[in-house]
Design a protein around this ligand. Structure first.
Ligand code: GTP
Ligand code: MG
Length: 431
């Protein structure tokens, strides 16, 4: 982990030190970033994807008013790092239904320890947790989990004389009868080969139908964690990943980056042997810390806000349907008086008198008109004929003329965006 942190800090200070941030310096900084990430055992494929994305965005996007390209570079670096770490969403067990979590992973990865840590974590969040031991291979596995269950105050079920599939079936009934509303199943990592392990996992999934399969991976293996994650993912849909032993993992950064290729989210990281040494993994907080900037999140948020107004970048490049038009108008409405908003736009953006005339009254009316359209109409405005206009006008309490006015303005806005896009591309020498 330290390796990655050191590398990224170096990049951040490089960004801050450069006298000017232009095409050449951006490229040079990103080559340096690639070197640092590779040193931290991040896989070459991810490194290239990341640096290419940051480069494109930093050179393509307009700098929102009041910010510098330097800040834009930092923001994009931050956002792309968060993205490769799996974005921001998480599994939340359902108290009412009584969820089942199945823990899988190779031998010694830390499943049993993690099962107890999770029980501890969810208990603190108000769940009544039960642990099931589905490991009848390793001697002492049952005793290990039973003791841990007692230590964290969770219910326990396990028996050695029947196959794991039977144990979990019985366990579910027994634990639920005790009022348990979150069941965590610990499985065996020891098998004669990987195929036997995966076969058993598949069978357990069939019987249990778990709400969440969590894959436990040892972070000390570095980017090899990605290969393991993919092997499991082929057999069962992995929802969350837990990386253990991050406390001692010099190559933890590589492991983190590698596992997200399965599209599973990193939910927790294990940072020690003790039962409370499990951390909820929040990619954005994590990346802020890595980049050594507590204030980064604020910067990012302020910039996002400014960009919303100044730079509908995706729109400029892609399609601009009524759906996007409505979204833009909704943003405008949120931001208050239109005139003010328009003043924020960079002067290179020619504001036509048409756009300036859009009063807040119109915005409200237009949004309600668009709310009366079908999705198909929003995506393909050209299909809106007179009879559709009539229906839409009726639905939104407006007139056919209003609908027609809206469509005219939409077309003007579309044309304007096209022009802006062209001039922008020329400014950056992209055409
Ligand atoms: N430092 C550290 N050690 C950990 C962490 N998580 C687990 N361990 C240790 O890793 C070792 C293996 O943990 P177990 O939980 O028994 O692993 P397992 O996956 O259940 O192993 P099998 O049942 O044999 O497949 C134990 O010594 C744990 O204390 C962690 O986050 N940090
Ligand atoms: Mg175990």
């Amino acid at each position: 982990m330290e390796e990655l942190k050191k590398g990224l800090l170096k990049i951040v200070s490089l960004v801050r030190r450069e006298a000017v941030i232009d095409r050449t310096t951006v490229k040079r900084i990103l080559r340096e970033l690639e070197r640092e990430l590779l040193k931290a055992d991040v896989s070459p494929q991810i490194v290239l994807e990341l640096s290419k994305k940051v480069e494109e965005r930093t050179l393509d996007e307009d700098v929102p008013p009041g910010f510098s390209r330097r800040e834009l570079l930092l923001k994009n670096l931050y956002e792309e790092l968060v993205r490769i770490l799996g974005g921001e969403s998480r599994y939340i067990p359902n108290v009412k239904k009584g969820d089942v979590i199945l823990l899988v992973g190779l031998q010694g990865s830390g499943k049993t320890t993690t099962a107890a840590k999770l029980a501890n974590y969810y208990k603190k969040h108000g769940f009544k947790v039960g642990l099931i031991c589905a490991d009848n291979y390793r001697p002492g596995a049952l005793e290990q989990l039973m003791q841990l269950a007692a230590a964290v105050g969770a219910e326990f079920y396990g028996r050695k004389d029947v196959p794991p599939v039977k144990v979990v079936e019985e366990g579910l009934t027994v634990l639920r009868n005790k009022g348990v509303n979150l069941v965590i199943v610990d499985t065996a990592g020891r098998h004669k080969d990987e195929k036997a392990l995966l076969d058993e996992v598949r069978e357990l999934v069939k019987i249990l139908n778990p709400n969440e399969v969590m894959l436990v991976l040892d972070a000390t293996v570095g980017k090899a964690a990605g290969v393991q994650a993919e092997a499991f993912h082929k057999v069962v849909p992995i929802g969350s990943i837990i990386l253990t032993k991050m406390d001692g993992a010099a190559r933890g950064g590589g492991a983190l980056a590698a596992v997200t290729r399965t599209r599973a989210k990193i939910a927790f990281v294990g940072v020690g042997e003790k039962l409370d040494e499990l951390e909820y993994f929040d990619p954005s907080a994590f990346v802020s810390r890595l980049l050594g900037m507590g204030d980064l999140k604020t910067l990012v948020e302020r910039m996002r806000e400014a960009q919303l107004v100044a730079q509908p970048d995706a729109l400029l490049r892609g399609k601009f349907t009524l759906l996007e038009f409505r979204q833009q108008l909704e943003e405008l409405r949120k931001l208050g008086p239109l005139k003010k908003v328009l003043e924020l736009l960079p002067s290179s953006y020619q504001i036509t008198p048409e756009l300036e005339k859009i009063g807040s009254e119109n915005i409200k009316k237009w949004i309600s008109i668009m709310n009366s359209m079908t999705r198909e109409e929003l995506l393909k405005p050209e299909i809106i004929d007179r009879s559709r206009m009539l229906r839409i006008a009726k639905g939104s309490g407006t007139t056919v003329k209003d609908v027609r006015d809206l469509l005219t303005s939409y077309r003007k806005a579309q044309k304007l965006l096209k022009q802006m896009s062209r001039s922008r591309r020329m400014r950056f020498g992209l055409t």
